[in-house]
Design a protein. Structure first.
Length: 452
């Protein structure tokens, strides 16, 4: 059987290419392996699963990461120049009081390691990749999932010498290298604390321990710490300390279940560096994307072209004039009169929450949402991008054979320490588009994209 299948020119947007990988095993085998690999992590049951990795041309794969790394650097500079100090930035962004915590004592270290762990979200629009938001946090979804999916595809598609007919980095391998570099740069022992909690809804212990186990078997020393266990990361003999680590949680998630962040602050105060640092919240905020889209005085013309190419038009929503396709417009009247063209997003939000797609609501709902957002002062409006589709092979519960479907994937390139670490993607198996959350629908699923 041929490894690749030529889908021809009528199988979705040309950016995805015309070739895909054929399923390498019976449907039941693929289904069992995919579910087994993600067992006991908290990942939701999915009645629709991929039958093979999603394959795109090497040039398309490289483009995604080239643009991601460049845009993250511009985001970083944009966020830091919003104020000379953390206090100034908190004011500029109107950050909630709950986010004013967990700072590293050394401001340079705090700022230096804010963007260690990044996953942008993008779709393929009519003209190619469009970055919808940037998730900058040690608690990114998609890392364990991508590692697990890749393990299954490697088992099914590799030859007897371990060679696969595609290319993809391993998220855990790249993150391990990030920690080795971090330890060397700071002259610290390569002992890693993976900090999180199984009391957060939807997460189980194996989710964290998979990563710690990988590090322990690949030259690092690692341990998973619940918050109450963190004193053992620093209040011990020097050779037993864990001076670097992954901040695999968000403050809102911990506060929602009543978890105290004080043990984390104590660890930071005693020299344990957890990445990404709290400054990542400024990069994560969609307000930064609005500032970058509008342009900064220090940007070169090449940087402006990069932003115009890959970012949809995004503006912080206030009563003012702004540029729209080369003309000055009054922003608020334009937004109220063009809901079909726009999406309203809160500056901070997860999993598609606090997002209103204009064409999916009536005018009264749109006007109410826009009014509330203007009063709050911490929201953006973004040009709606129609996601393009590609043809994939899927396996549904009860089916004995894979079947074809046109899906509109949301791509999530993983970037750790500035290096590509795998391409996570999510989609609805019924072909619908919009806000894709694997935890939100019966037809939602996830996979990895690989380069061929």
């Amino acid at each position: 059987m041929d490894t690749y299948e030529d889908l021809g020119t009528g199988s979705g947007h040309p950016w995805f290419g015309r070739h895909r990988l054929r399923p390498a095993a019976p449907a039941d085998t693929i289904r069992h392996l995919l579910r087994h690999e993600l067992r006991d992590t908290g990942w939701p049951y999915q009645p629709v699963l991929p039958a093979a990795p999603m394959a795109i041309p090497r040039a398309a794969y490289a483009e995604i990461f080239r643009a991601s790394v460049a845009l993250v650097e511009l985001l970083r500079r944009t966020a830091l120049e919003s104020g000379p100090t953390t206090a100034d930035r908190l004011t500029a962004y109107g950050m909630p009081a709950t986010e004013d915590r967990l700072w590293v004592r050394d401001p340079f270290i705090e700022e230096r390691y804010a963007d260690c762990v990044v996953r942008p979200d993008l779709v393929i629009g009519p003209d190619g990749p469009q970055f919808m938001e940037f998730n900058v946090s040690g608690a990114l979804g998609g890392v364990v999932e991508t590692q697990s999916r890749l393990a299954v595809w490697r088992a099914l598609h590799a030859d007897e010498e371990g060679r696969t007919p595609y290319r993809s980095p391993s998220p855990f391998a790249v993150r391990a290298e990030m920690f080795r570099s971090l330890a060397a740069e700071l002259a610290l022992a390569p002992r890693v604390a993976v900090v999180g909690s199984t009391r957060v809804i939807g997460v189980e212990r194996r989710y964290f321990e998979m990563e710690a186990d990988y590090y322990n078997s690949h030259g690092l020393t690692a341990r998973f710490f619940e918050p109450e266990d963190l004193p053992a990361a620093w209040d011990c003999a020097p050779h037993l300390r864990h001076p670097i680590g992954l901040r695999n949680f968000t403050i809102p998630d911990w506060l929602d279940v009543g978890l105290d962040t004080t043990p984390v602050q104590d660890a930071l105060d005693h020299g344990c560096l957890l990445v990404g640092t709290q400054t990542s919240t400024f990069l994560h905020s969609k307000l930064t994307m609005g500032l970058l889209s509008e342009g900064r005085p220090w940007m070169t013309e090449a940087e402006r072209r990069l932003v115009r190419r890959y970012l949809p038009w995004t503006r912080i929503l206030t009563e003012r004039k702004t540029d729209r396709e080369g003309q000055q417009v009054d922003l608020l009247p334009f937004v109220l009169g063009n809901r079909d063209l726009l999406v309203l997003k809160a500056g901070l939000g997860e999993c598609g929450r606090q997002v209103v797609i204009g064409r999916e609501v009536d005018q009264a709902v749109w006007e109410s949402a826009v009014g509330d957002a203007v009063d709050g002062g911490t929201s953006v409006v973004q040009e709606f991008v129609q996601p393009q589709t590609c043809r994939v092979s899927l396996i549904a519960d009860g089916s004995d054979e894979p079947y074809d479907a046109e899906v509109a994937p949301v791509l999530g390139p993983l970037v750790f320490g500035g290096r590509p670490a795998g391409l996570f993607c999510r989609f609805y198996g019924d072909g619908s588009a919009g806000i894709v959350s694997v935890r939100a629908g019966t037809s939602s699923s996830d996979n990895v994209m690989v380069a061929i």
